[in-house]
Ligand binder design. Structure first.
Ligand code: FDA
Length: 336
């Protein structure tokens, strides 16, 4: 490999590792929160990926995207909540989100980490909260989607999922292609009508349990995609990897209950527009809440060039509202 490219890749890996570390440091987060200028600057950078701190802001962006022909997922950001009271509050916020979405007649999906609603306190609490959410969601046929967290939690998450989906079939599960165990989990879980989101995986894991980004991982992702199609699942392929998406678009989708491309808000909006323009179903994953700092660090860490964009945004250089980048009408004005 060209030594300059190798050096840049090493730097990107180091930046990513540093950002993941910073994201977890509560002392740094507390410091940032006490520095109004820094906080406001970072909030400007976060506005590219997070719809706002309030539910109404997320619902407003959802509305605009639905009008443009996209489906949406909504997440109230949060994870690893350690007090039962805070888990109850998170569940309550999600319940209001589900009912407001339903009352506005929007067909959306609400996504969350089980560790936000009780998994770390007691898996039984997470299950109870999930079933309470399902009761609200049932009235409007809204999908509830469980995110997948670190591999140490996979067994507990799948256990809660299995128990809950038995009583509310509109619950979906996220599977991470990077984990060695996922093929066996998928074989076990994927049935006709199962709702599954396929991701590569966001967490740093040991080689013994996980594959790093590689051609081998992409091949594994493709095999999981094919399995989900063959089993007749509702499948969301959640990746921003344009090459991988191009490969998946050429696959035979017959057999699947449905297939859609799901991308995070603010990441590759031009790709979303292109896919929609070609008639493919695209879902945009929207987030909101006060915990945007951690979310921003993750989005930069997984693609370090985003750091430069963040500097521009912090300096006040962001011109256009991010949602405008999803407008189909501006397709002809864009250069890809
Ligand atoms: P990958 O990391 O392989 O990069 C390939 C290319 O995609 C890059 O070269 C770049 O062009 C583009 N790209 C990737 N990330 C980018 C970014 N941040 N900004 C700009 N371009 C970028 N993970 C998890 O472990 N549990 C979960 O529950 C979820 N849930 C989830 C939902 C949805 C809707 C999505 C899209 C993703 C997740 N993820 C997740 C995250 C997922 O596992 C993964 O970490 C990220 O999507 C990045 O991996 P990709 O496959 O997108 O691209």
């Amino acid at each position: 490999m060209n030594p300059r490219i190798e050096q840049e890749q090493q730097l990107a890996t180091q930046v990513a590792a540093a950002l993941k570390g910073i994201a977890r440091r509560t002392d740094i987060k507390d410091y940032v929160e006490q520095q109004p200028q820094m906080y406001n600057g970072l909030q400007r950078a976060a506005a590219r990926y997070v719809t706002g701190e309030e539910r109404s802001q997320a619902l407003n962006v959802a509305d605009q995207l639905i009008r443009e022909g996209y489906a949406v997922s909504l997440e109230y950001i949060g994870e690893n909540t350690r007090s039962a009271e805070a888990c109850q509050q998170a569940k309550q916020e999600l319940a209001v989100l589900v009912s407001e979405l339903g009352q506005q007649g929007k067909s959306g999906r609400v996504s969350f980490d089980l560790s936000h609603i009780g998994l770390l306190v007691d898996p039984a609490l997470a299950l109870r909260h999930l079933l309470e959410l399902a009761e609200v969601a049932q009235a409007y046929a809204i999908e509830l989607f469980i995110s997948m967290e670190e591999s140490a939690k996979t067994d507990a998450i799948l256990q809660v999922y299995r128990e809950a989906v038995a009583s509310y079939p509109l619950i979906g599960i996220t599977l991470q292609a990077q984990l060695h165990r996922t093929w066996s989990d998928a074989n076990d879980l994927l049935m006709p009508g199962t709702r599954v989101r396929l991701v590569k995986g966001a967490y740093e894991e040991a080689d013994t349990v996980s594959l790093a980004r590689s051609e081998e991982l992409d091949q594994r992702y493709i095999k999981l995609f094919e399995l989900a199609v063959k089993r007749g699942c509702h499948l969301s392929t959640a990746t921003h990897d344009e090459g991988l998406i191009a490969t998946l678009l050429q696959k035979d989708w017959q057999g699947a209950a449905s297939v859609e491309m799901e991308l995070l808000y603010g990441i590759r909006p031009e790709l979303c527009v292109q896919l929609r323009a070609k008639g493919y179903p695209v879902r945009v994953y929207l987030t909101y809440g006060q915990e945007w700092y951690l979310y921003l660090c993750h989005r930069i860490a997984e693609y370090p060039p985003n750091l430069f964009q963040a500097f521009v945004d912090i300096a006040g250089g962001q011109q256009e509202e991010p949602v405008m980048q999803y407008k189909m009408t501006s397709l002809s004005e864009r250069r890809f």
